[in-house]
Design a protein around this ligand. Structure first.
Ligand code: NAD
Length: 241
């Protein structure tokens, strides 16, 4: 059991990557607090307690992270806004920065005192390869917010490396999840959009949430004890060149 004796706090655990992370963490022996804005989605995970939590509610997020005192914090909540610079609105920009960036900042800040007291911890932020690594077309707001996640991750890693706290992020390419299918449908031509998404990943397929969860297990566990401040790419070869 690679996470035996560790407690983990996971946001947006109801579906997609977050849910797969919770399942993998439980399988590796971690004690997990799983949260999602839609608490009903957490049914079926086999947890004693499920928690409805909107990560943009700073007071609630801070309270719940304080209660869990996690060794591992997995910040998964995030939303994809489509559109170019010309199409971006202030409201969408604010929404994305609050959800994709500010909530990770608040969750990390809440977990920090507990990790400092314990002399260590591991933070895993979910970013995206569409960020400072590469630009996906029509992802102006999204890419900006995920680039901020990478910057935030590196900053935390540098400031707390001596305290034994590691902070890494995962940068997935396109991964199968319920919201991906919503985005494909929203294009108006699901099949063509799916084909285009697959085509940009040289391995010729989209990734699975379980593949992302496997990396999150590694980063949460002591096996990854020598890595911090890194943007770990998992994208079917998209960013390889
Ligand atoms: P998803 O988008 O299908 O599900 C997201 C989950 O987040 C849902 O369960 C939803 O209820 C929850 N959620 C939404 N707003 C919330 C809030 N304010 N507070 C708490 N929970 C909230 O899942 P996904 O596609 O696996 O995405 C998860 C993360 O992975 C996101 O940060 C996303 O940007 C990132 N990501 C996804 C892909 C992909 O292709 N799927 C690629 C790169 C990065």
């Amino acid at each position: 059991m690679r996470l035996q004796g560790k407690t983990a706090f996971v946001t947006a655990a109801g579906q997609g990557i977050g849910r797969a992370v919770v399942q993998a963490y439980l399988a590796e022996g971690a004690t997990v607090t799983a949260s999602d804005i839609n608490g009903d989605l957490l049914e079926g995970l086999g947890l004693a307690e499920v928690m409805a939590l909107d990560v943009t509610d700073k007071a609630a997020l801070t309270r719940e992270v304080n209660a869990a005192k996690p060794d591992i914090l997995v910040n998964c909540a995030g939303i994809v806004h489509g559109g170019t610079l010309a199409e971006a609105s202030d409201a969408e920009f604010d929404f994305a920065m609050n959800l994709n960036v500010r909530a990770q900042f608040h969750a990390m800040q809440a977990a920090l005192p507990h990790m400092l007291e314990r002399g260590g911890g591991s933070i895993v932020n979910i970013a995206s390869v569409a960020s400072s690594i590469l630009a996906a077309p029509g992802r102006f707001i999204y890419g900006t917010s995920k680039a901020a996640v990478i910057g935030m991750t590196k900053s935390v890693a540098v400031d707390y490396v001596k305290a034994g706290i590691r902070c890494n992020c995962i940068c997935p390419g396109t991964v199968d999840s319920p919201s991906l299918h919503d985005r494909l449908r929203a294009t108006g031509d699901y099949d063509a959009a799916l084909k285009a998404f697959i085509a940009r990943q040289p391995m010729g397929r989209i990734g699975t949430p379980e593949e992302v969860a496997a990396l999150a297990v590694y980063l949460g566990s002591d096996e990854s004890g020598f890595t911090t401040g890194q943007a770990h790419i998992l994208d079917g070869g998209w960013a390889a060149g």
